[in-house]
Structures are given as C-alpha cells and as structure tokens.
Design a protein. Structure first.
Length: 258
C-alpha cells in the first residue's frame, strides 16, 4: 500500500552512496505532508523553518538492507518518510525476534539514547526513505522549543506503552486475539496516513508476524484461515481486507494499542 514515492531517486551504488545530498532531495519538514505525524504541531512558519535544520540528510534504504545494527553507535533519530521497517534482535540460539514494525510518519532509533549504542537491528521491509535527524540537533532545538522536547518525550512514552501492550498480548491473549489486535492496530495506523480503513497489504511475512506476536508460523496461518472461513477478513497472499471490523474488534479488547 505504501507506494507512489514523491521523490526522484538518482541511480547510485547503494554500498557507497546511501546518503543523499540535502540540496538535491531534501524536502523541508515545513513542506512535508507527514509532518503532523512525526513533528510537533502548533509551530508558526518561522519556527518550522528553524525546525527544518533538524534534518541533516535523507537516506534511501533498499528492501532487506539495514538502517542500523545492534551495537552501532547512536548519533541520529530517523523519521520514516516512505516505506516500512522491522526492528529485531537475535536470541541466544541465533533466532530472530521481531520487536516492532514501523511505518511512514514514525520515528525510529530511540533505542540508542540510553547507552549511545543501538540495541537492535532495523531492516527495511521495502525500499524506504528516511530523514536523518542528528540527536545533537534535536537536543539543541529542544532547549529553544519546549514543544519539541515534549514531542520527543511523547514519542518515547508511546514506545513504552506499545511495549507494555505487546507484553500483555504475549501473556494474556489467545492466538486469535493477538492477530486481531495486530491487524486492527496496523490498519488504524495506516488510516492515519490516508490509507483505507479496511484494506492493507502486509509488508511483513507471516513468520515475522508470528515472531512479533509470539506465535508459530502454523498458528498464524491457522488464525488467518479461521478469520477467512468466518467471513471476518478476505486474504489473498499479503492482501488483507477486513470485511467485518466489528466482529474483529469483539475478539480482543479494542483499547489495546500496539
């Protein structure tokens, strides 16, 4: 669903030219159609122009490539302009544990603040475009604009709430409840970005969904099939249409937010 990029990308070697020049491709925060999702509201024109200095560069991350890795030095936050990411960590036995999915309009990289090093991997699930915001710039402007500081705090708080909600999913909910909560939350977040309230294309695999929700691949597939057989959703590979959202909401607590 997240297609139709609004920038033109020059041909480049992704191994040597991941940074994009500001003069060539930067779209200022003040002119970005996602600014209300990842930046504070209520700024006047002059304040927004100052806020534009937060973004140093733009980067394109190809599908399957890493935005940052576990152990990398933390220097910047990243605002996702287009595309989709997953964050994940490796378990002791080498398996991948998905810890979250991030989409356009969301900030990624907050995990690095606590220790000045990233504690997870961020992988692009499709070709993606991010705005690089050096944390030193964010801190400097936060001192001048308390509203920006509050906004960063809200983003951090939202991540804590989301992690707590995931823990509740893993500890208290049946497989069908977990999948219902996941689908409704995903479509709600996409709708806030102008997409359909009932249709979505999953950018993650069923195996990745299972890793995130603490479910085996077979259990995820059975839950999708059950929802399909009951007429609650229609599924065609990664395309999902929620036919009966009220029934899906009854499966879990609608106040759960992940």
């Amino acid at each position: 669903m997240l297609t139709g990029y609004d920038v033109y990308w020059q041909n480049m070697n992704p191994e040597t030219m991941t940074e994009v020049s500001v003069a060539t491709l930067k779209v200022a925060c003040s002119g970005c159609n996602l600014r209300e999702l990842c930046m504070p509201v209520g700024f006047n024109t002059e304040d927004m122009q100052k806020l534009d200095t937060v973004v140093a560069t733009r980067r394109r991350i190809k599908q399957g490539d890493l935005l940052f890795s576990n152990g990398d030095s933390f220097t910047s936050l990243f605002a996702i302009r287009t595309g989709f990411f997953k964050t994940c960590v490796s378990t002791i036995d080498g398996r991948e544990q998905v810890t979250g999915f991030q989409m356009a309009g969301e900030i990624i990289g907050l995990d690095g603040i606590v220790s000045d090093h990233h504690s997870c991997n961020a992988v692009a699930l499709e070709d993606s475009d991010v705005c690089v915001m050096p944390f030193s710039n964010v801190e400097e402007l936060s001192r001048e604009f308390p509203v920006l500081q509050r906004h960063v705090h809200k983003i951090m708080s939202r991540e804590i709430v989301r992690e707590n909600s995931v823990m509740m999913l893993l500890g208290n909910m049946r497989a069908e409840e977990r999948l219902a909560a996941f689908l409704l939350n995903l479509v709600q977040r996409l709708h806030a970005r102008g997409f359909s309230q009932s249709e979505l294309t999953l950018r993650m695999s069923r195996e990745e969904i299972g890793s995130y929700l603490g479910m085996k691949l077979e259990t995820v597939s059975r839950a999708f099939s059950k929802f399909g057989d009951e007429g609650i959703i229609e599924v065609k590979q990664r395309y999902v249409k929620i036919v009966k959202p009220d029934l899906l909401k009854k499966i879990f607590n609608p106040e759960t937010c992940i």
